[in-house]
Design a protein around this ligand. Structure first.
Ligand code: KG4
Ligand code: ZN
Length: 352
């Protein structure tokens, strides 16, 4: 089984071909990613209209390159998948329309993939991770803790009430003049910093729900930075390290509560898993590794290049669904919002 996957929901244009091996693992035959970071850098964040245009400009070429590297023609594929949301709607439309076009032309099944499902399932690419598992999905746009019970079956145990963790990294980087995207820059600066120099809050620490709140931490970073201005490179390093330490403590505490909540439901997670761009952070990976060990569970963290947005996760989610006999109609819509656990989303909205 070989599936082409397209990803255009944010600031990465990606096309990948993944093959399902007989042993149930996936082999990435091609994985083409073009980052738009340079196009957005001047604005300190992603500009939706620039993103959509940039996807249009490069997607065809990336698809061509991916098929060439995989030594396949569209007729050799078993299906074509695209991320249909959640994300910036202009960009989503680009990838979704391209995938539908190829599916029609080659007369292949089409799959409209939830971008978050791509992040949630890619840790299974090696064929070893079994359901159910407790997943921290943390990216620039999303932060949630999910019980992943099967393909298409997700229970949201907690989520951020304001900023996503990646967003908090990005905003901290902007404030400290470290550029965009902020995660890798803050992590690099933190390496030479003293995490104990600035006392920053650990929002919601000890609360019995597994939710996150990052905006208070962000404000505290801003006030601390203003108080210490003008910042020396050592101040920037220390503030980065202090911020990262606060995030690490928060994640550990929230995951502990989430695992407790999951166990209260009578469920047994087989692993602790981290995915999404923030999973590239080595301090966060180390903290979760400690936490998993204490909980008697393995930690599964995909390779860094599969944590940030990529096409392989869309192709793989397509394979996971296709092998269950699923596909989608050609009028599947592009969706700006698309929760993995609609029940939890509804409950939250009714509360708000
Ligand atoms: O999953 P992703 O590539 O795109 C979204 O779906 O949002 O995640 C990007 C986010 C950005 O906010 C970026 O700053 C963050 O992941 N990120 C990191 C690191 N690498 C990327 N955050 C912390 N530490 C990192 N090393
Ligand atoms: Zn993502």
């Amino acid at each position: 089984m070989r599936v082409l996957g397209l990803e255009t929901t944010c600031d990465e244009t990606a096309a990948s071909v993944v093959r399902l091996r007989p042993d149930g693992s996936g082999e990435i035959l091609a994985d083409e990613v073009m980052s738009q970071i340079a196009a957005h850098a001047a604005y300190g964040g992603v500009v939706p209209e620039i993103a959509a245009r940039a996807h249009v400009e490069v997607l065809d070429e990336l698809i061509g390159r991916a098929l060439e590297k995989a030594r396949l023609k569209p007729a050799d594929l078993d299906a074509v998948a695209a991320a249909a949301g959640p994300g910036l709607i202009g960009g989503v439309l680009v990838g979704l329309s391209a995938a539908k076009g190829i599916a029609v032309a080659a007369d292949k099944p089409f799959l409209a993939i939830n971008h978050l499902e791509g992040h949630a399932l890619i840790p299974r690419l090696d064929g070893k991770l079994e359901f159910p598992y407790l997943l921290l999905l943390a990216s620039g746009g999303h932060t949630q803790i999910l019980a992943v019970e099967g393909v298409g079956s997700y229970v949201r145990l907690g989520a951020t009430m304001d900023d996503a963790i990646g967003e908090a990294f990005d905003k901290t980087a902007k404030l400290l003049g470290l550029g965009y995207p902020g995660g890798p820059a803050v992590e690099a600066a933190a390496q030479t910093g003293d995490p104990g120099r600035f006392a920053l809050p650990r929002p919601l620490l000890g609360r019995p729900t597994a939710d996150f709140s990052l905006s208070g931490l962000k404000t505290a970073v801003r006030h601390t930075a203003m108080g210490a201005a003008p910042l020396t490179p050592q101040d920037v390093a220390d503030l980065s390290a202090s911020f990262q330490a606060a995030v690490v403590d928060t994640i550990e505490d929230r995951m502990r509560v989430a695992l407790g909540l999951y166990r209260q439901r009578g469920a047994t997670a087989k692993a602790i898993v981290i995915a999404g761009g923030v999973a590239a952070n080595l301090a966060i990976r180390a903290a979760l590794s400690r936490f998993a060990q204490q909980s008697g569970l393995p930690l599964v963290a995909p390779p860094v290049r599969l944590c940030t947005d990529n096409g392989a996760m869309i192709a793989w989610a397509g394979i996971e669904r296709l092998r269950l006999g699923q596909s989608d109609p050609l009028d599947a819509p592009a969706r700006a919002r698309w929760p993995l656990d609609p029940k939890a989303e509804r409950a939250r909205n009714n509360k708000a």
